[in-house]
Write a protein that binds this ligand. Sequence first.
Ligand code: GZL
Length: 330
Amino acid sequence: MKKTIITGLAVAAVGMLALTACSSGAEGGSGAASDGGSGGDLITVGFAQTGSESGWRSANTESMKTAFSTDNGFDLIFNAADNDAAAQIAAVRSFINQGVDAIVIAPIVEDGWDDVLQEAADAGIPVILEDRTVSASEDLYSTWVGLDFQLEGQKAGEWAAETFTGPTNMVVLEGTTGSAPANDRATGFDEAIAGSSITKIDSQTGDFTRDGGKTVMEGFLQKYGVDGIDLVYAHNDDMALGAIEAIEAAGAVPGEDIKIISIDAVHDGMQALADGKINYIVECNPLLGDKAAALVKAVLNGESVDKRTIVEDQAFDQDAAIAALPDRKY
Ligand code: GZL
């Protein structure tokens, strides 16, 4: 299976158009979509976004809306499913019924996509996956552009294993249950710490949200006490930021009494890293819009595209975060 690796810079060169804030639920196109997607020269695209669960998601949505603009030749129909997998599948069915030219999906979870993807194929509508991927057959979608979540977890785990060489009790704030990033970041991390002195004493989903991370961390602190937890591995910055709130409310110092490793490198996470409240962050680049838009046009033009396009990530310690913050695009 062919795949393309591109650097974050290539993807980060996104237009700087100001955008209206995205809201959950459907946002209409120009009306061209109602005529079966032919809408003059514009390409009608139905985009099924997960929701607005995190800072990463907001940056991803902005990148997608910038790229799929009318100036770039698109009539975008946007739907955010509020992290509800059934609602997201229903949105895709709606796009099929509207006869859009192409469908883009950031699938909330990996499973349950076979039927609706087959319906899109039967309707002759190509599907492009961005961000997360699915367990359905690769024959049911044209291409996927995203990140290597397992490598992100591996990078985080390798740093942890190198850094914490004494007995270390770790709790994990998992991403959305059944999602590719939650599954793969766990796999990559667990493999990297195998044989180390780190012991995973508990693991629970905070659904990639700040409130979720705070609530789960409060439960861990009640169960194990501040002294019973040495390290938090959060599958994203928003949950890490929630954990920071819980740790401080318990009278402890995040980044010192309890160390924190996270993934995403969104602005608030990088600021916490610069401030010493998080100890290490592996980036997950949300700026996928330009790449996704180019893939939609290539697929509709009948061009051969790689099945997978992976955007490279980097990792940051405190010094690197302080240096990078002024120039960050998200
Ligand atoms: C990863 C993306 C994840 C982010 C979270 O590509 O799907 O979903 O890590 C986001 O912040 O909610």
